[in-house]
Design a protein around this ligand. Sequence first.
Ligand code: G3P
Length: 218
Amino acid sequence: MKFFVDTADVSEIRSLAETGLLDGVTTNPSLIAKANRPMRDIIAEICDITPGPVSAEVTALDYDGMMREGEVLRKIASNVVIKLPLTEAGLRACKHMVNDGVMVNVTLCFSAVQALLAAKAGATFVSPFIGRLDDTGQDGMQLIADIMQIYKAYPHLKTEVLAASVRHPVHLLQCAKLGAHVATLPPSVIRALVKHPLTDKGLEGFMADWKKTGQSIL
Ligand code: G3P
């Protein structure tokens, strides 16, 4: 399973990339706004840090605008993935960009039939939003299960399921059990995955006992 980080905070990305656990990065207009820096600089810096796919989202809502913005974004680096909304214009732009050899992430997916359309449009990734569905009282994880079932029924569909709007480690656990290809996680969730109180307690005990031996490995 691939782990992407969902942030436009370059220093966070740099620090997480050092762990060797990071396979890519996703951003969106809200995350770019939070970083409060020029988008092109942010995406270029992220692409320098990681060789993995880096999603950069268009802001145009019409097909021509999406194509024009996509042209600008794809020129930033070869690992840029153009992120397009799951709308008619977005699916049309997806088809054209993919035919032109560009990687595309179709975002804002909230139903399994939308995910089927993204796959038919040739998307490299589709991003179903788990947390935002949970927030409305729907079961975000059921959406991941439904998409995985549909994609498995049609093996010629090559789109990868990129679980997004992941809010906590249990979301990630459930996505992994369902075989989602990728999860994009906020930095805090990636760090939470590492932590276990018994790991900390065990380490404390080992260090205390080691100290008593008076030995040094070096
Ligand atoms: O980047 C898309 C998605 O991961 C956003 O998550 O937490 O804003 O619903 P969230």
